[in-house]
Design a protein around this ligand. Sequence first.
Ligand SMILES: Cc1cc2nc3c(=O)[nH]c(=O)nc-3n(C[C@H](O)[C@H](O)[C@H](O)COP(=O)(O)OP(=O)(O)OC[C@H]3O[C@@H](n4cnc5c(N)ncnc54)[C@H](O)[C@@H]3O)c2cc1C
Ligand code: FES
Length: 329
Amino acid sequence: MTEISILNSADTFVCDENDTILRAALRANVGMAYSCNVGSCGNCRFELVEGDVSHLREDAPAWSERDLKRNRWLGCQARPSGRCTIKFRADENYITPHPPKRRKARLTRLSDITHDIREFRFEFEGEDGFLPGQYALLSLPGVNGARAYSMCNLPGEGNWSFQIKKVPGGVATGQLFALKDGTEISIDGPYSTAYLRPDRPRDIILMAGGSGLSPMVSIARGAAAAGLLKRRKLHFYYGCRAENDLIDASLLGGDISGRISFIAALSDTQATEGQRSGFLHEVVEADFGERLKDHEIYFAGPPVMAAAIQKMAHEAGVPMNQLHFDEFY
Ligand SMILES: Cc1cc2nc3c(=O)[nH]c(=O)nc-3n(C[C@H](O)[C@H](O)[C@H](O)COP(=O)(O)OP(=O)(O)OC[C@H]3O[C@@H](n4cnc5c(N)ncnc54)[C@H](O)[C@@H]3O)c2cc1C
Ligand code: FES
């Protein structure tokens, strides 16, 4: 256990030899900014004022020579070698009601959603609280570095379930898709600030592209379970390439025919009845235009899609605090 002090603050927290500075801070309810947790976004950058750290992922995409010269490190990758003092701007928005915990979990169910998306259910003992939209870090045998996957279910079910898209040649997804029932792995979570905001009064737009399906399904289920759909509409847009990527809308739970509308946008194939042709953001823009800013918007998916949605939302004047997303890498 190592003590981490924060410059100009009376707060300290401890970080054990298997943890990182960001994750240890969040476990201690210290609000350190972050998004991806895998070294790719750079949101967790801090300045090392005193002490030594090393990075888990030496080739982290968000870390550069310039950072090293300025003694800046990534909280999600930095492991202290002894007592440290660090400098960053604490932000209590990063503290959520369920501080992340590490637990052993057992794979108890597998079900195929599409030809390349599979749902994995992991059960574990103890508290399973999280907010719909949050993710966990899964450590897999033989895989260097934990990967982030978002829960698709709701808390209180005694398990966390994940809808995971197989990446051709992917190291972690290769291992995951070969896992057998009963396998035990380590799961650390929950993380993320891109969770359902039940107190916001606006209608909801959810946009899921490929690997981003899971958190949007959890948010849709969470909104229905919390009774939000009695007063709000929920528009679920699912972006995919072709027919064989389509999902069954009953996955979302709730009243599909009433307050939830489900629209599939196909980018590479001519749409048939009940579907739309085009990229996800183009279809949403065509449907809402200036009315986008009257909605609470959640989205998840690959970086190119996320960038296109952010641009569209910015141009439509959607305030940043109505946009909820994690950087997916
Ligand atoms: C917040 C978040 C939530 C996500 N939720 C989902 C989800 O619900 N469903 C889903 O299908 N995918 C999700 N992803 C994507 C997922 O985490 C993986 O990037 C994806 O499955 C590809 O992993 P792979 O190892 O198979 O692919 P590969 O192509 O082998 O690996 C590439 C990815 O692995 C990561 N990586 C590589 N080396 C390391 C390392 N040493 N330490 C940590 N990370 C490393 C990189 O971020 C890179 O993008 C999410 C990603 C993020 C950031
Ligand atoms: S780089 Fe650390 S949270 Fe993204």
